[in-house]
Design a binder for this molecule. Structure first.
Ligand code: FE2
Length: 115
């Protein structure tokens, strides 16, 4: 299964990424080639790719939960989606340790949202 429906089909990603994308992670294709990253950016990019995969998983499980009328299956799928949200948070926490620019941008948004 590919992520984000038609927008992230392999053909679309191949088109916008100049034909280079990898790796296939969990439920979708990640539009990034980690082999071309600068070494100092590699961990940040790994964490971002992980976040993409986890967010993709959240969407998938929530969509699957919405599709079933079996309450037990729905409950389990929503529990799994919640776990995936935890994974997003874990990766984000790690990213914020590695990417000080991301911290500054997050702080800007938080200040704006308080006004
Ligand atoms: Fe996960």
């Amino acid at each position: 299964m590919r992520c984000l429906g038609d927008l992230t089909s392999a053909d679309f990603i191949e088109k916008i990424s100049g034909g280079v994308y990898s790796p296939k992670i969990e439920f979708g294709y990640i539009p990034i080639n980690l082999e071309k990253m600068k070494e100092e950016d590699l961990d940040k990019e790994i964490l971002r790719v992980g976040m993409i995969a986890e967010l993709d998983a959240v969407s998938l499980y929530e969509q699957l939960a919405a599709m079933t009328e079996n309450e037990n299956i729905k409950k389990i799928l929503l529990d799994i989606a919640k776990e995936e949200k935890t994974h997003v948070g874990e990766l984000q926490a790690l990213l914020l340790k590695e990417d000080k620019e991301q911290v500054k941008e997050l702080e800007k948004v938080e200040k704006k949202s308080m006004n």
